[in-house]
Each structure stands twice: as C-alpha cells, then as structure tokens.
Design a protein around this ligand. Structure first.
Ligand SMILES: Cc1cc2nc3c(=O)[nH]c(=O)nc-3n(C[C@H](O)[C@H](O)[C@H](O)COP(=O)(O)OP(=O)(O)OC[C@H]3O[C@@H](n4cnc5c(N)ncnc54)[C@H](O)[C@@H]3O)c2cc1C
Length: 397
C-alpha cells in the first residue's frame, strides 16, 4: 500500500512540536500504512524566536540547521508555500532556487506562525524583526558608544549612549535588560562612565504587564532598574525623528537608537494561501484544529485562531499555548485516522491562574499565581530554567 504523506508547513516551535507529537502518537503508521513525514519551511533552519534579542548584544547564531535538531525521521523541503489546494490535496511552493514546485499531501498541518509587527515607515526607528535587524542594532549601538567616547558635547554624548525600546511586552522587557547590561560593559571598556548609558523601556499602558500581580511587577521593575533599565509608563510614542523620540503628550526624548517591539501579527502570507481566515487574518479552525472546508488540513500555533468552545477563551500567540495545541493535535489526528471521536481544544491554563518567567541577562524573574497565592523568584535559577526550556522547545541536541 502507498505511504500516507503528512506535511507540516513551518518548523517554528509549534510546527516542530506537532511533528514530534504526531510521529510519536502514530508511531509512523496509520491503518496499516506507513506515514512519510515532510517538513517544509522557507528557511534553512529553525529560528529561535525567543532569542531574537541575543544578537542585539553578541554574535550568536539563532538559526539552527534542521539536521542539528534532536528530531529525525522526516524529510525536509526548503520552500515558501504559496497556496494550499485542498481540493487536489496539493501544496504549491517556491523552492530554494526560486522555481515553482508542488507536493501532494494526505494530511497537512499549517503552522506558518506570525511576523513581528512593524511601525509605519514614517515612524522611523528600527523594528527587531529578524536576526539581521538584531545584528544591525548591535553594530549601531556599538558605533554610537565609540563616537560617545570622543564626544565633548555632554548632551550629544548622552544621546549617543541612550536607547529607547518601544513596547513593554515580555520581549521588550528581555531585550531592554540584555541591552542595558551589554552597554554598561562596553562603555566601561571604552573608558566611558557605565552609569551614563541609558535604556528606556517605553510602555503605552499605565503599568507594566497589567495581567501580573503588584508584588511581581514591583520586583520586576526593581530588577530591571538594577540592570540599568528605566521603565516609563503611559508613554505613547508617535515616531522617532533625527535621533529624537516624540510622544503623544508633546514630550520628547533624544536617543541614539529607537527600537520598536510592538507585538506579533499573523503571517502576512496567509491571505494568498487559499485557506479560510478570520477577520484578523488567522486560519479559521474548529474545536479540533480542523481547517473549515479543507479535509485533512489542521492548523495550530500563532497562525490559527484557537478558541476553547466551552469557555470562549482564545489562546494567545505564545509558544506555551502552541505546545499544548501540538500535543492535542497528535491525539486528534490519530482519532480522525481511526474514525473515532476526537479531543476538543481546552484552554491550556485551566489549573493555573497565571505564570511568567522573564529572562534578564543571565538571570531572571519567575512568578506563578496558584490558588490566589503569589510566588516570586529572582536570580540565576529562573534564568537557567528559562534557557533550559528554550533549548528543549527548540529541540537542540
Ligand atoms: C522576541 C520574542 C520573544 C518571545 N518570547 C516568548 C516567550 O517567552 N514565551 C512564549 O510562550 N512565547 C514567546 N514568544 C512568542 C513565540 O515565539 C511564538 O508564539 C511562537 O514562535 C509561535 O510558534 P509557531 O511555530 O506557531 O510560529 P513561528 O515561530 O512564527 O514559526 C513559523 C515557521 O513557519 C515558517 N514559514 C512561515 N511562512 C512560511 C511559508 N509561506 N512557507 C514555508 N514556511 C513558512 C517560518 O520560517 C517559521 O519557521 C516570543 C516571540 C518573540 C518574537
């Protein structure tokens, strides 16, 4: 009998988790047929998105070649998927040489993820969207510090040693801490006063991370301040122009670099793919991640709108939630292959009020709220746990 071809589009955190879970659940067989697994991704390796901030301070490779992952037993095709023809069960894609190609699937998992939101071109600054942008940021702040070391005008020196980060979500927080620590070190090496470097974390809301407890927030702000980060709340940035950040209340802040970190948007290639989408551009799925009107096609992760049918609660674009979806998807695929009733999505935090682990350089701040109790831990251990989880999620050897 012919093999069944199971294709996963996207080798981000969630696509990889889905590939692993489906392989393990099915043990590579379905109804007496061998399953051939194919991963298709536009990139030559897995991008460790969590660590996008790292190349802003050091030369660190965050794109891991597929062969260096612990996962095996799949074929890799490098290509950019353009359309899904669910009638013919065909994927059309552009291969690494730029040629049009197509591949047949029996089962398809769409996990094409999200992109980092960019500001409008007139808003200036630089958006931390990919490893190249991170390297550009690193080169720019280093060049600014070298200039500052010879600058005699104190105001210009202050500007050159200052960075603004627009967007105070977890990635903005982690990036600001990483940059503040690295800038201090470099400033000292250049003979500058390390306390003259400034990293401003610009938060448009009244407080940092509105969903966390006051106790955790206080601790986080304190730890950020130790790293050298100043949190400015209630600051709506209009744009950066000629080295000055302009706020909606008329204030301004001179900076050497303005970095935008304003969240994620669903993959902009989705509208052309031919799958049904929600009004905000995510793939429309049922409670078992099946794409509406496309038999044997499933979608999970940042690119899909996943809702708990019981509570109406919507999953956020996080790897944490995507990983639970991947585990459930494997059970769903198995049930569908065997013609049994399939599991239904449930919000992934049913027994936990909330939890965060935020990396601040080598250290971190961990918070969990359970049964109304707050537990906060700071120091090296949360930093180590975060790194361990990140390595596991990326399936590093
Ligand atoms: C800086 C930063 C920090 C973050 N920190 C955290 C955190 O601490 N905790 C947390 O839970 N979440 C965090 N997130 C969110 C987390 O990264 C995402 O939720 C997660 O990456 C989603 O995984 P995914 O596999 O759905 O999508 P993605 O990671 O976006 O992967 C999509 C994959 O699809 C591929 N692809 C895209 N389009 C095509 C195409 N047309 N054809 C072929 N391949 C394609 C891409 O190359 C990519 O490999 C962070 C995000 C960022 C940007």
């Amino acid at each position: 009998m012919n093999d069944l071809t199971c294709i996963i589009i996207g080798g981000g955190y969630v696509g990889l988790a889905a590939l692993k879970a489906i392989k393990e659940k099915t043990k590579g067989m379905a109804n007496g047929r061998r399953i051939r697994f194919v991963l298709i991704d536009k990139e030559p390796g897995h991008l460790r998105k969590f660590r996008l901030f790292r190349p802003t301070t050091v030369e660190e490779e965050i794109m891991i070649p597929w062969k260096d992952l612990v996962l095996d037993g799949f074929e890799f095709v490098q290509g950019t998927v353009t359309t899904v023809d669910s009638g013919e069960k065909l994927l059309r894609y552009t291969d690494a040489q730029g040629n049009d190609a197509q591949i047949h699937y029996d089962l398809l998992v769409v996990a094409v993820g999200s992109s980092v939101r960019r500001p409008e071109p007139y808003q200036g600054g630089i958006a931390l969207i990919d490893p190249q942008a991170a390297a550009d940021i690193r080169n720019r702040w280093r060049a600014n510090l070298r200039k500052a070391a010879h600058e005699t005008n104190p105001e210009e020196r202050k500007r050159l040693t200052s960075i603004a980060i627009v967007g105070a979500g977890i990635s903005g927080i982690e990036t600001s801490a990483e940059l503040a620590l690295a800038m201090k070190k470099e400033a000292t090496a250049l003979g500058l006063n390390s306390s003259d470097t400034s990293v401003y974390l610009l938060n448009s809301q009244e407080r940092l991370l509105p969903e966390v407890s006051e106790k955790f927030r206080r601790k986080l702000v304190q730890e950020l301040s130790k790293c050298g980060v100043t949190v400015l709340n209630n600051r709506k940035v209009l744009r950066e122009e000629a080295g000055v950040v302009l706020f909606s209340n008329g204030d301004s802040l001179p900076v050497g670099i303005c970095i935008w970190m304003i969240g994620l948007i669903p993959n902009p290639a989705l509208p052309a793919m031919g799958l049904p989408l929600t009004s905000d551009g995510r793939v429309l799925v049922d409670g078992s991640y099946r794409v509406k009107g496309a038999p044997s096609v499933y979608s999970i992760g940042d690119c899909a709108r996943i809702v708990d049918p019981k509570t109406g609660e919507e999953d956020q674009m996080t790897c944490f939630e995507g990983s639970f979806q991947a585990l459930r998807l494997a059970k769903i695929v198995m049930a569908d292959l065997e013609g049994r009733p399939a599991p239904i999505h449930q919000s992934s935090k049913p027994n936990m009020d909330n939890a965060f682990n935020i990396g601040l350089g080598q250290e971190g701040v961990f918070w969990i709220r359970k049964w109304g109790l707050d537990m906060v831990m700071t120091g090296k251990l949360p930093g180590k746990i975060k790194k361990f989880v990140e390595d596991k999620t990326s399936m590093l050897r």
